[in-house]
Design a protein around this ligand. Structure first.
Ligand code: EPU
Length: 336
């Protein structure tokens, strides 16, 4: 295992706030993980594309780097076993080269394979949970890897057991994904609907990449962590009430209510393209908050507070962050 000290946080979070990480452990395998014993365990980090360090991190940070993959095949399906340190998009790219269906709608999502189940990544009508068979989890207390079947991962919209009961309890070390040799096109999302039903795997993959590149800023040029807030789910009654005053409000029925786009609420609240003190909502997709040269986290926290209170006042909807915000002690910061 490697230990790096006094690291610039910019290299470890795509939001690139200029703080430091006191200690970064780079673990290569399970034997490295076994070197940690409680009561305190490090903060687990993937590629840092969904984590913002709000201050210098005094709690150690750990990255799990193993990235091997192997496959088991029957005639129509392939079960892929992929270690957590693999880059997500490189994996998707490889599945396209192998003519394996299943992950093409999830192209170009930044981050590592190990981070994917934590918030159940999703895009263009597909979620990780649609393709995941199991998650291998190294449990700090038990000091061993436990295989958790997908049915027990409590996958939901941008949520899983790894954000709930198992948060801070271990490290995701690998995933099992079930992919198909037979076509499995999911073309119901705007932008993909226009494709023919016979669209090839390559065509869908390229279209998803085009849509993402046309709307979402590249974090290498404009530091960001993707969607900043979750799309809220409100009651049918509340949806009707708002819809009466704002007939353009889009709504997507769910089992537990109606999902409304946070981007729409933020645009209506007047924040689209607005930049204050070097932080702002991206012009083409206001749900993405961009760091335009911050020197500390205060203006970001101020912007989050203003957006949340404006949306709350106007629509009586509370926006919840989708990104992980960490204070100096490595604890989750929950905006109030
Ligand atoms: N919209 C506006 N104004 C805008 C942009 C969008 O009103 O300027 C409204 C439109 O009604 C549009 C709707 O928002 O139809 C949805 O926009 P979009 O398709 O861009 O998706 P999203 O709901 O904002 C979610 C995910 C994205 C994912 C896309 C595509 C969340 C929090 N975000 O965004 O995921 O790529 O759908 O499936 O669920 C991420 O998690 O970091 C992420 C980028």
């Amino acid at each position: 295992m490697q230990l790096l000290c006094q690291q610039a946080a910019e290299q470890y979070s795509s939001f690139r706030l200029p703080y430091q990480l006191d200690q970064v452990f780079l673990a290569a395998d399970i034997a490295d993980l076994k070197q940690f014993s409680g009561p305190d365990y490090p903060t687990v980090l993937g590629e840092g594309t969904n984590t913002i360090f709000l201050a210098t991190q005094h709690k150690p940070v750990l990255r799990y780097l193993a990235k091997a993959k192997s496959q088991h095949t029957d005639t129509d399906h392939v079960l892929l076993h992929v270690e957590a340190g693999h880059n997500w998009h490189q994996l998707v790219n490889w599945t396209i080269e192998q003519q394996l269906w299943g992950l093409e709608n999830l192209a170009l999502i930044p981050g590592s394979v190990g981070a994917a189940p934590v918030q159940n990544i999703g895009a263009y009508g597909v979620e990780l949970s649609d393709r995941c068979s199991y998650v291998d989890f190294y449990d700090w207390q038990r000091r061993e890897v436990v295989r958790i079947p997908a049915s027990e991962c409590q996958f939901a919209y941008r949520d899983s057991i790894f954000k709930q009961q198992l948060q801070g309890r271990g490290v995701i070390v690998a995933l099992g994904l079930t992919l198909s040799r037979q076509p499995l096109p999911v073309l119901n999302y705007p932008g993909l609907k226009e494709l023919p039903k016979t669209a090839s795997l390559q065509q869908i993959f390229e279209t998803v990449i085009q849509i993402r590149q046309s709307k979402l800023p590249d974090y290498r040029q404009l530091p960001n962590c993707g969607s900043f807030f979750k799309n809220p789910v409100i009651t049918e009654r509340q949806f009707q009430l708002i819809h009466n005053n704002y007939p353009t409000l889009p709504g997507y029925p769910q089992a537990d209510g109606v999902k409304v786009p946070a981007a729409w609420l933020i645009e209506q609240a007047g924040f689209k393209g607005v930049v204050v003190d070097n932080v702002g909502c991206y012009q083409k997709q206001p749900l993405v908050i961009v760091n335009y040269g911050l020197v500390d986290s205060a203006p970001l926290l101020a912007l989050i507070a203003t957006i949340r209170s404006t949306v709350l006042q106007r629509f009586a909807i509370e926006l919840e962050p989708e990104v992980r915000l960490l204070n100096g002690a490595g604890k989750h910061h929950v905006p109030t």
